[in-house]
Design a protein. Structure first.
Length: 340
């Protein structure tokens, strides 16, 4: 899962190096992917367990570390001297049971290093605090609901975390095309810094060998969709007709250049994105992305989001907001990181 690269010294200059005159040994880039810390919000529901299973398929032992966060609900006991103790015991037993169930969804090779956090605040606040305190690189949450329609709806906790987090957030929905099918990923880009960082983050994910990646962008249509069809069909004078033909030719040339640029960009991404032709659609971005998700049977949509301060992060943008709410697949929302 995504993080920027790290620098690791091959060795530390010591006495032998000094004797050989080697006093200028410098650290070199470590070719191995960095350790990624993934924070899961778990509650024992089918949605949270499915999120762990799906995400675990994109992790690798030694390269990824998993953290489970769970906030047990308040236990109501009759007020007496032992009420607090009984409540604490009940919460611990409940947390142990939820964590044990979640651990069953993790591959054996990753189970030994799983960290657990028992929260004391409401989940939408506690998850953000836990992510910050544990220095997590990405937050993973399951979309609420278990039915084919309910599973698409975004729960209050997931919506709040996606809006407020300053690190990538993945909202996981059930795969509608079968677990045995290759994982299909769609990166929707508009060329912004946020989109560029979303694409860069994908290089550090441990993708299954069978994964298939697609890159798309959406351009404005040649004619505004606000113009009614009946007006477009009206006869035009020769001069206007010639001008319109030139505009159409220029628009098509721009689309072709966009396709060429997008193909070159795809080659800089992770291996799964190298095999397929880029997709250049026309129209409303959210509508075209949702259409492509259905046509290509996408399992994971990756989009970037702008936002510098807390208020701007909360307003993630109309396109991202629509995709989070309406996409039938999982969504990875990658925040634009400010340069220091």
């Amino acid at each position: 899962m995504p993080r920027l690269g790290r620098i690791t010294p091959v060795y530390s200059p010591g006495l032998n190096d000094a004797r050989r005159g080697r006093r200028d040994v410098l650290p070199i880039p470590d070719p191995r992917p960095p350790i990624m810390k993934i924070l899961f919000g778990v509650d024992g529901s089918d949605g949270s367990l499915n999120a762990i299973r799906q995400t675990s398929a994109m992790t690798s032992p030694g390269h990824d570390a998993l953290v489970f966060y769970y906030a047990p609900p308040e236990m109501n006991f009759p007020s007496d001297e032992e009420a607090a103790a009984r409540s604490a015991t009940s919460k611990k037993l409940l947390a142990d049971a939820v964590f044990a169930k979640a651990l069953e969804c993790v591959p054996d090779a990753l189970r030994g290093g799983v960290q657990t956090i028992v929260g004391t605040r409401e989940p939408k606040t506690g998850i953000l605090l836990a992510a910050d305190e544990s220095r997590a690189d990405v937050i993973v949450l399951g979309a609420r609901g278990s039915g084919p329609v309910a599973a698409i709806k975004l729960g209050g906790v997931a919506r709040h975390v996606a809006r407020a987090a300053n690190i990538p957030v993945m909202i996981v929905r059930p795969r509608t095309h079968g677990e045995s099918e290759p994982l299909r990923i769609l990166l929707a880009t508009d060329g912004s810094d946020a989109s560029q960082q979303a694409g860069a983050s994908l290089r550090h994910v441990h993708w299954p060998e069978s994964a298939q990646g697609f890159v798309m962008t959406v351009v404005e249509p040649y004619l505004s969709p606000a113009i009614p069809d009946w007006l477009l069909k009206q006869a035009r004078d020769p001069e206007t007709e010639a001008m319109a033909a030139n505009w159409a030719k220029e628009h098509e040339a721009n689309k072709n250049q966009t396709r060429v640029d997008l193909a070159a960009y795809a080659k800089t991404l992770a291996a799964p994105f190298h095999a397929h032709e880029p997709i250049v659609a026309e129209g409303h971005p959210a509508e075209q992305i949702l259409k492509t998700i259905n046509e290509k049977k996408i399992d994971l949509l990756v989009v970037g989001a702008q936002g510098k301060n807390a208020w701007q992060r909360f307003m993630i943008g109309s396109t991202s907001e629509t995709l989070l709410a309406q996409a039938p697949c999982s969504v990875l929302l990658v925040r634009r990181r400010e340069k220091p």
